[in-house]
Ligand binder design. Structure first.
Ligand code: GLN
Length: 481
């Protein structure tokens, strides 16, 4: 088996046995990047020299007999809206093209402390706004399963580099589906953790009440290992939660016997592709065969979650992105007559069309005359969605549904219609609105051989249960791609 096709867990065990070094593994990934990156375009920055240095350091630490994390010496790719000191963090925007953060995100600091090796920073839709990675100001990313198709987004680079074996795992961020949907399109495993589970410190904000960082991996077990490493309270993120910590893989192989799994009927309504429905329903039957009880449930306010998401996330984005004014940092226009023109030109030149659309939408819904009609209404919907989820979690251990209504579509297919693109987020945004965790994993392929993803959703901090169900499905369905 080639190094790049091994899972994180396999790599970790091979290093422990002394069969592979971090340097060998890192070199194998760099070679693979040289081989396929031209076609895939998953990275914005590759830090070859830094990676080899870190790998050698990891090997020295191992030689000295230190107690090591299972992630020690494992290479990783990090989405380019997550700060790593000394490397550009562009958010795939002209606005931050030359921005090199003077500090690191907590999630990366934790991986570094665990001994991980950073391969580079991955491509995304500008400021994480989009569903295809075509909104990157630099270049689109292609789906490694079919290069004529999108990898999903906004963490399309992070999903593609794992699928193309250009990294054994990656970090993404998920505000409305940006980890789960690209994971589904590329056939990898992605977790959107409970809001507050992973520190957002050093994640360049899109919509602060929704954003979460999470792992993208080849397998469910690998995913649980990474979440263990990056989760936890951080005093630098006031929304991170202080609580006793249960290791993610404690129940990983406990099976699903006796668990109650709900199928939200609203997630199987009109608009869902027949192939996606079939693959997800096959997973539901598998769970029954394995001893779980599968029941239909209803989340009546789910239909309002999508519009509420676009109101709330755009409102928060308009306020978060106000800091990019051409004065403090970021792109500054070369010519301007006065301060007003400096702002206008810098922002007009620095932001792409989708980011401008969200800022306009957000500013509109927050303006005095419309605040009650849109923003306040959206907050009320948020409460209803939370209540709906809470009530089904009184009787269900988790919910099963599709991640996206379709599999990966062609590049360019939806770029002309933002609304159609937004509709693709219908099954992922309710999870962010409610702050609950959800796991996206492969569950088969469609008639063209493209990966289909399923989504397991649970109550806040139920990640161990989601991993447990995911593990059982992964073993029973043999769908690892
Ligand atoms: N596609 C969604 C959007 O464009 C989700 C983005 C995300 O999760 N960052 O807003």
């Amino acid at each position: 088996m080639s190094i790049v096709s091994m899972t994180l867990t396999e790599l970790s065990e091979a290093m422990k046995r002394g069969e592979l070094s971090s340097r060998e593994i890192t070199q194998a990934y760099l070679d693979r990047i040289h081989e396929v990156e031209d076609k895939v375009g998953g990275y914005i920055t590759v830090d070859e020299e830094g990676a080899l240095e870190q790998a050698e350091k990891a090997d020295r630490a191992r030689a000295s007999g230190e107690r090591l994390s299972p992630l020690h010496g494992i290479p990783v790719a990090v989405k380019d809206n997550i700060c790593v000191e000394g490397l550009p963090a562009t958010c795939a925007s002209r606005m931050l093209e030359n921005f090199v953060p003077p500090y690191s995100a907590t999630a990366w600091e934790k991986l570094r402390a665990a001994g991980c090796v950073l391969l580079g920073k991955t491509n995304l839709d500008e400021f994480a706004m989009g569903s295809t990675t075509e909104n990157s100001a630099f270049h689109p990313t292609r789906n490694p399963r079919d290069l004529t198709r999108v990898p999903g987004g906004s963490s399309g680079g992070s999903a593609a580099v794992v699928a193309a074996e250009e990294a054994p795992f990656s970090l993404g961020s998920d505000t409305g589906g940006s980890i789960r949907q690209p994971a589904a399109f590329c056939g990898v495993v992605g977790m959107k953790p409970t809001y507050g589970m992973v520190s957002r410190y050093g994640l360049i904000a899109f919509a602060s009440s929704l954003d979460q960082i999470g792992p993208m991996t080849k397998t469910v077990a690998d995913n649980a290992l990474v979440l263990d490493a990056i989760a936890g309270y951080d005093r630098r993120d006031t929304t991170s939660v202080k609580r006793g910590y249960t290791p993610m893989n404690r129940e990983l192989r406990a099976g699903v016997k006796g668990l109650r799994v709900g199928l939200p009927k609203e997630m199987f309504a009109e608009g869902l592709s027949a192939d996606v429905r079939k693959a997800v329903m096959r997973a539901a039957r598998k769970l029954e065969e394995l001893g779980a009880t599968v029941v239909e449930v209803s989340l009546p306010s789910l239909q309002y979650a999508l519009p509420a998401y676009y109101v709330l996330s755009s409102a928060e984005a308009s306020s978060n992105l106000a800091r990019f004014d051409g004065v403090r940092y970021g792109h500054r226009a070369a010519e301007y007559a006065d301060l007003e023109e400096l702002y206008v030109r810098s922002r007009s030149e620095g932001f792409g069309a989708e980011v401008k659309r969200r800022i306009l939408l957000g500013t509109y819904t927050l303006s005095a005359g419309y605040f009650d009609a849109y923003y306040k209404k959206a907050l009320q919907v948020r409460t209803l969605v939370i209540r709906d989820f809470n009530s089904v979690f009184e009787t269900c251990d988790c919910l099963l549904g599709p991640v996206a209504p379709t599999t990966a579509y062609k590049l360019g297919e939806k770029t002309m219609s933002p609304l159609e693109m937004y509709l693709g987020d219908i099954h992922t945004v309710p999870v962010n609105i409610a702050g609950i965790p959800a796991l996206s994993m492969p569950c088969g392929v469609d008639r063209d051989g493209l990966p289909v993803g399923l989504q397991l959703m649970g109550a806040t901090f139920s990640e161990p249960t989601l991993y447990r169900v995911g593990q059982a499905l992964e073993e029973a369905m043999e769908v690892r791609q």
